[in-house]
Design a protein around this ligand. Sequence first.
Ligand SMILES: *Cc1c(COP(=O)(O)O)cnc(C)c1O
Length: 517
Amino acid sequence: MRIFKYSILKLVCFLIFNYSRGMIFIEIVSQLTKPTQVSDLKNQIIALQAISENLEPSEAERNTYIEKVNAYTNKFINTIDSVNAFSGEPEAPNVFAITNQKKTIDEILELYADEIATKGINAASGGHLGYIPGGGIYTAALADYLADITNEYTGMYFSCPGGVAIEYELLNWMKSIFNFPKSAIGNLTSGGSIATLIALTAARDKHGIKNAKIEKSVIYVSPQVHHCINKALRIIGLEDVIIRHVELDSYSRISTNDLQSKIEKDKAEGLFPFLVIASAGTTDTGAVDPLQTIGELAASHNLWYHIDGAYGGFFILTEGKKDKFKGIELADSLVIDPHKGLFLPYGLGAVLVKDKEAVYHSNHYRASYMQDATGDDNIPFNPADVSPELTKPFRSLRLWLPLQLHGAEPFIACLEEKLLLTQYFREELVKIGFEIGPEPDLSVSYFWYPLKQGDENNFNDELMQEIHNDGEIFLSSTKIKSKFVIRMAILSFRTKMETIDRAIAMIDKSRKKVENN
Ligand SMILES: *Cc1c(COP(=O)(O)O)cnc(C)c1O
């Protein structure tokens, strides 16, 4: 019995001894093979962490930052009506250089105020009546703030089901506004140009426009069509298609007689017409092309029908103008821009397309590293399958949140108000001696100062420059049949009757100044 006990003790001692020798052996080997010691590695990580932690401000710091940004943005909004809408002054040299010198939030906000917010076009100002304004409603910024903090990834349903569901809700809402079928698909893009790219790529693929076919393929557009169409055609390899500029009537709308005869002639000559583009509000003059008749022509000739409603589309929501949009539902693809007609800050366009397969052809792709995220091929589709974008910010929230907070009514009232302000502006211009373009379809119009003698184009060009020098209100110009005219585009939610009164006073003052030069 004792011997037995002794043997066990010897065995245990033997095992422990050999185990510890083994451990020492392993330790020696690992010391020899590893370049750094474990404790060194940890120390390095800890040292880096002390620096990288700066990217996660403390709650106290977050509060300081947000209070200061809030104070600045409040002041910006509170004083916006007394600040010029335009300054031609460039930014000061080198103020934005990236150096090793850090800045405080106060310094950054000061730089922002001096060098960014007060130079160029003040796009948030109601006095922005140039190009196509929108304003940028405050509550959309709150949505961006939330979306940026939680950093939702909305390219894939898998990664943010709720965020993608909101995108679908908004697209469905737009389908119902424009009488598109539920089966249409769509995408919320960064703007109208990318939305156009998606639409025209679908048109190209639906009609198989490639290789030798390109040079015989024909597209029909208004000469006033937005240049994002030309850019998109070049990007998607259709630079060499034949582009027919259709004649316009006196309201700058596409002449459907001319369109019809051009299509028929091209067909008779063995060419391949495949796409017609109409505008629901051109940038130049706000003209709404005869959407219904063009749609019927497109259908009878088997052309893809694209409508650019980036500027004007949402005026369909108004009582006064909804009839002008009859036929918009005939489009195969439609582009609309909530950062114009729904007054959002820049960064939200939309495209609706009826033919899902045509869109998928270029944008739907399965990579093996996405296998967890892609799931069922059909329902719900991923936004990344409809767009060149994969990683996508949660941009639907910036429209959804304001619509939920305010309801749709103020948006529609704002659009109605813009239409009446356009009428008011035109009447006041006539009172101070200007001539005005034809009754506008929507809220873009143009005017010029008539001269009894002298170069009228030159005078109005100088007047435009004088208006830019003044800067209180911002207007831009264009040429209508080689006539220099000044445009007014009333679409900012901050443009009010008082803004128009200030614009009239400023235009009158500028005109007198040019006359006395
Ligand atoms: C603004 C505009 C576009 C281009 O849209 P972005 O959002 O600027 O990319 C296209 N068509 C029309 C009629 C527009 O007014």
